[in-house]
Design a protein around this ligand. Sequence first.
Ligand SMILES: Cc1ncc(COP(=O)(O)O)c(C=O)c1O
Length: 365
Amino acid sequence: MNEKGCSREEVLALLAGYRARDCPHSHILSSMCTVPHEIALSAHELFTATNLGDPGLFPGAAEIERMLISELGSLLHGINIGGYATSGGTEANIQAVRIAAKLHPTEKPNIVVPASAHFSFDKTSDLLGVEVRYAPYKKGEYVVDTEAMSHLIDKNTVALAAVAGNTEYGVIDDVPAVAKLAQEHDISCHVDAAFGGLVIPFLKNPAPFDFAVDGVSSVTLDPHKMGMSTIPCGTLLLREPETLKLLSVDSPYLTVKTSFTLTGTRSGADVAGAYAVIRYLGREGFRDVVSGCMENTRRLVSGMEAFGYRKVLEPIMNLAVFEYAEMPEGWKISRTRAGHLRFVMMPHVTRDVVENFLDDLSRMQ
Ligand SMILES: Cc1ncc(COP(=O)(O)O)c(C=O)c1O
């Protein structure tokens, strides 16, 4: 740190220089985050000084968090759903597994997750000492083979996970089958809908994935992905709100005497941002956003197929995967573990962005 500070203009110019080095969203086709909705930014600004880690000081912000959880819980067909706003899908997955391990105490706990599960389960394993067993895909479908999953369960299994909108292929596991398996073994069933939670409910004929499915104990849903909130905002949603208490530790010097969150200090700003988007758009607005993303996904697929690129799957959600090929420079497109090209068609990937990309691609033909 310098002895003397500098002017506001100097600081902001310095930061603007660094910001200019970041990738422009007009070329990001690989991210599950997006440009925040304008109303999220206004809401964020109102709540920047709030700390949900000490909710007695900020009862207004704390009430918004409760309303956010309740709105998302009812969107996912739950009644009196509990939970809280996390820093993202990683924290929500970790906490869901912590709860499962407390509910089903055993010396050497394990969980069984789809091979497509997000790497946050590896972090969960490392942090909690819970073994993670990966159940393979159904051949060519990228959804978990529940029969294979059943063979990985033993007396130390505390939870099964299903993914609704997986990170690499955007497909939805057979949640009813996974939940049934969990019920048969009297263990928890966690659904990771970090990405899909705000897409699937707005698709035509959505697959069952939420609290409407018997046996689903918890769901991860990230407003900072398709919810267009400011970053970082995830949520952990719990069918049984009291199960959060299993994570409580004493927090004697705060306004509340126990704390169950993984992080301590937590901003209310992104939570207000998430809630603002939900209130502002309503289900109708989200349906429009998702249908726009799906339309752009179909345009990308038809445009690429016209050039001879081969899709790996028919997209179910706003995520398209192709066999590997060289792509035009300057575009940020990621690869799956199997080496496929992965395009995430977030709200910032507008029709213009798709056409610009296809134009660049046409110059490579
Ligand atoms: C299905 C799924 N779960 C969990 C996560 C982790 O979320 P975060 O990066 O917000 O911690 C992601 C991130 O892309 C994801 O796609």
